[in-house]
Design a protein. Structure first.
Length: 898
RNA sequence: GGAGGCAUAGCUCAGCUGGUCAGAGUGCUUGCUUGACAUGCAAGAGGUCACUGGUUCGAUUCCAGUUGUCUCCACCA
């Protein structure tokens, strides 16, 4: 049933309706079909309380293109959507909302807080999911997951307990990146470095044995209270006399040793380094090497420690529950309770008063900040849970080195390998409440640690029932790392897991290769024994019109929802894909989105034209013998472009594929074929009209199919409006290349097209008005080719009639001439021709052609070329040479005749 | 400090495995109420493909170096 279309395309009225229909009819549902190959993708889960941004838009557009393409190719396709609990990000939002009500986490307590958090999730969790739908994402919502839902949590427990039992998870005092604002540890990957203006404070430490002073440069003088040594390089001649000596730590007058360690760089600073093992990762290493004590002088909320903190330490010590590397805690005395920043000022002032501050050297340096709140990170000794990375990383490195997993584009392999090879143990505990709670219980009586999937009721060691669960939760990436298989049911061997796992392709931005991709790879290998996917497609980020990163603080973000509302999801999708190369950043500009909106409108109107003219009731091609020249031409072109686009999509070259379908639909189909089709559509031969209708419908249908992965909405809408085929476009088969649809007549058609273009050119140049139709006389050796040209030239070149002859005209005075490689055309537009100008024009063309000719001749005359170049290339050049020669001959003929 | 990207028409960018491929969109100029579309049609101008070497019969394409620019990682005690 055909439907009439409006004059301009109006996406707003269409997209929502179509999406709802698809969803209602179950078009997105993944079906287990053992007769088919599967194609599955797990969607990078957006933050549950997040809002759709351009990054999501690119990521999901790429996935949707792949999924729709594969679905049409006949794969049993499953795209698994879901959301991430985004521990720290979400908790920060909830805490902020509570703060506005004057509440803190502690006010509520853990249970009440969690209730609020879940309520928050229920309230906002659906927002992003709804927003994704507006993009047209064809994911299976019936299989939607959440990283904290029952199934995912089960996988988390399984992995944690197994790893712990295998000794790959351990708990210990280590240096971690501590955010004093979020009051939690964060992983190395979550630290962002920002350049700050700071100082190098040069401090003098008196040497006890000799009475000399050692000059030490530091950017963090407030850490000196926690110094437990100073280090010099054993090879450093300047300081040899201090080997074995001690310094007196100023301000607190504590004696600490001078140690010899490679870490002290002779070239750098003064060559003497203060060692603060509890507050600096390098110093921690030095401390371990020299068995130095650990002294903590900061609290976890970013202040200097005081008497209470010291007392707590004494109590712990007295309880006998000290673990390895348990740090001492200093009572900072007059500095106690100050923020680290205030303490810095006070300490510098005091040192200066003592005459121990030698110099303040301004210095720009990078300061670690929290990726969420951008507070300065304080490295801190802290008791945390870690995943031992070495044995997990090895197979993950090997699999990629062996090519079992491929990054697209290839260059990201190196970034991944770099990350994996240098990765240190992963700190997985967070001092947050929103997340998966660590399945570890401590016996309050004997201190025994129990790790289990379910809470133990009694202590296995002392039979006490006084057990308490570790208060910490897991890094949000711990559950994301399991995503591709936890959402399929793992650790259960569910039908979904057995059929759809491993997934095929992962699509994500280069910014989370380390955070996420690498962790899924080692997790998949370690727990399922398989790579979670075989291809990782990496895309760039979307930048603003000036090329800046879109960010909240700059306020330069473009809201995809507004763009969709204004121009349609199809235009946005196409803009994000067309002409972009894999892995490169994309710039968002209004110009581009408007151009793409115009393209949707073009498609719309071409279809509208067809619908106004079609009287057929199904899509089928006429018999080959009934095909006109232009039919054979367009079918060959379509066939060719189908082959290329399919190939491009299979290679993940979506930008090129989109470019090609754009070009074919607009510049080939609309600009030429539709125009040519009007000859028969408006003619009086009903059989010819029926034939051209068939070809038009056939080609348009294939265009809709080829375009569908990129622009799902408009293509489906038109397909339905045409009413020639049962079912949804999204469920149709992908067009295939057919050898029998390659016709040799293409060259003929193109010769005629060359002539049309040449006539248009000369008409434009001679300012012949469009309304003026002229008689055209064609002189050619290829009369057969041009036999049918009359209709074409009348339609497209402003001809009133066409005469074809193979003999040169005797009298062409007063005629303008047009020359192509195999024909000349004469147009009686003498009254408008300035003979001299015409001569000059032809002369210029001759010169241009001669230049080309000499290029070919010099190539062909070069024996090195003819002997070494492949025959195909030589033949091509020969052909072109012949063509140019013929063109020159024709041109010269015209010139002489004038 | 380590790694990588980018440098092509005024602007924004494509260009796969080296061979007239110098391209698209937009902008600009000119002409069009051409019964699908002015969100359009037709014609045109515009580039030493950053610079210097090398490999090759041949380099925008491959290699090395230089310059400019952006990003990631590590780190400056």
């Amino acid at each position: 049933m055909k439907t009439e279309l409006s004059k301009t395309y109006n996406p707003q009225s269409i997209e929502k309706k179509i999406y709802e229909t698809w969803e209602k009819e179950g078009c997105f549902r993944g079906v287990i079909d053992h007769d088919k190959e599967h194609f599955s993708i797990s969607m990078p889960p957006p933050n549950v309380t997040g809002q759709l941004h351009m990054g999501h838009a690119v990521d999901n557009t790429i996935q949707d293109i792949l999924v729709r393409f594969k679905r049409m190719q006949g794969y049993s396709t499953l795209w698994l959507p879901g959301t991430d609990h985004a521990a720290i990000a979400t908790e920060a939002k909830i805490v902020e909302a509570m703060r506005q009500e004057g509440l803190s986490k502690e006010d509520l307590g853990r249970d009440k807080f969690m209730e609020r958090a879940w309520a928050w999730k229920e309230k906002y969790g659906n927002r992003i999911v709804e927003q994704l739908r507006t993009l047209g994402t064809s994911c299976d919502w019936e299989r939607e997951h959440f990283t904290m839902d029952e199934q995912c949590s089960k996988a988390v427990l399984e992995v944690f307990v197994n790893l712990y039992n295998e000794g790959k998870i351990y708990r210990g005092n280590r240096l971690v990146n501590w955010c004093p604002k979020c009051q939690t540890s964060i992983s190395d990957a979550e630290v962002e470095y920002e350049e700050h203006d700071g100082n190098f404070w040069h401090i003098l430490y008196p040497v006890k044995e000799t009475g000399d002073f050692l000059e030490i440069a530091t950017t963090r003088p407030e850490t000196m209270l926690g110094d437990t040594a100073v280090a010099i390089n054993p090879e450093d001649e300047r300081y040899k006399k201090f080997h074995g000596c001690h310094v007196i730590l100023p301000l607190i007058n504590k004696e600490i040793p001078i140690v010899l360690d490679e870490h002290a760089d002779i070239e750098k600073g003064t060559g003497v380094v203060k060692i603060t093992p509890a507050h600096d990762p390098n110093d921690f290493e030095v401390g371990q090497r020299h068995s130095l004590p650990l002294v903590r002088c900061f609290t976890y909320d970013g202040k200097m420690t005081g008497a209470e903190d010291y007392q707590a330490y004494c109590d712990l010590k007295a309880s006998g529950r000290m673990t390895e590397n348990e740090p001492e805690v200093l009572d900072c005395g007059k500095y106690a309770g100050m923020t680290t920043q205030d303490a810095r000022k006070a300490i510098v002032a005091d040192l200066e008063a003592l005459g121990l501050l030698k110099e303040i050297e301004p210095l720009k340096h990078d300061v670690g900040t929290c990726y969420r709140c951008h507070s300065t990170i304080e490295p801190m000794i802290s008791k945390q849970w870690f995943v031992k990375m070495k044995s997990l990383a090895e197979p993950a490195i090997k699999a990629v080195e062996d090519g079992e997993l491929r990054f697209v584009p290839e260059r990201f392999t190196k970034i991944y390998l770099n990350w994996m090879r240098n990765t240190r143990d992963w700190c997985i505990s967070r001092q947050l409440w929103w997340g998966h709670r660590i399945p570890a219980w401590f016996c309050q009586d004997c201190g025994e640690l129990h790790v289990a999937k379910e809470a133990p009721t009694v202590c296995a060691k002392c039979n006490s029932t006084n057990l308490e669960q570790d208060p910490d939760t897991l890094d949000t990436w711990f559950s994301s790392a399991l995503w591709p298989f936890s959402i399929l049911g793992w650790p259960e061997e569910t039908p979904d897991y057995n059929y759809f796992y491993p997934t095929n392709t992962l699509v994500t931005g280069y910014d989370i290769i380390g955070f996420w991709v690498s962790r899924m790879i080692f997790s998949g290998l370690a727990y399922t024994g398989k790579l979670p996917f075989d291809t990782v497609v990496i895309h760039g980020i979307v930048r603003d019109a000036q090329g800046r990163k879109m960010s909240k603080s700059l306020g330069n973000g473009v809201d995809p929802l507004e763009v969709i509302d204004q121009y349609g999801a199809d235009a946005l999708r196409f803009m994000l894909i067309q002409g972009c190369s894999p892995g490169n950043d994309i710039r968002y500009t209004d110009d581009k989105i408007i151009a793409m909106r115009n393209f949707t409108n073009k498609i719309w109107n071409a279809s509208r034209f067809l619908l106004l003219n079609l009287s057929i009731d199904k899509v089928e091609l006429p018999d080959t013998k009934d095909l006109a020249l232009e039919d054979k031409w367009i079918l060959s072109k379509l066939n060719q472009v189908t082959k290329e686009i399919t190939q491009n999509l299979e290679n993940y070259d979506m930008g090129i594929a989109a470019q090609k379908i754009y070009d074919f639909a607009w510049n080939v189909f609309c600009d030429w074929y539709i125009e040519l089709s009007k000859i028969r559509l408006n003619g009086d031969d009903p059989v010819a009209k029926n034939n051209v209708e068939k070809v038009l419908a056939y080609v348009l249908t294939d265009i809709l199919k080829l375009l569908h992965p990129f622009m799902p909405f408009i293509t489906e809408e038109i397909f339905q409006a045409m009413g020639l085929t049962e079912g949804f476009l999204m469920c149709q088969s992908w067009p295939e290349y057919q050898e029998e649809l390659n016709f040799s007549e293409v060259a003929q058609m193109e010769s005629i097209m060359d002539m049309i273009k040449a006539i248009r050119e000369v008409r434009a140049e001679l300012k012949v008005p469009n309304s003026k139709k002229v008689q055209v006389t064609l002189v050619t050796g290829q009369t057969a080719t041009y036999q049918n040209a009359e209709d074409y030239l009348i339609r497209l070149a402003g001809a009133s009639s066409v005469t074809v002859t193979d003999s040169d005209l005797s009298d062409i005075s007063g005629m303008a001439s047009v020359t192509t490689a195999d024909a000349k055309a004469y147009l009686p537009i003498a009254e408008m021709v300035d003979i001299e100008a015409e001569k000059a024009r032809i002369q210029t063309e001759i010169e241009k052609a001669k230049k080309e000719l000499s290029f070919f001749e010099s190539k062909l005359g070069n024996p090195n070329f003819t002997s070494k170049a492949p025959q195909k290339v030589i033949d091509e050049i020969r052909e072109k040479e012949a063509k140019v020669k013929s063109l020159i001959k024709n041109l010269e003929g015209s010139y002489n005749a004038l």
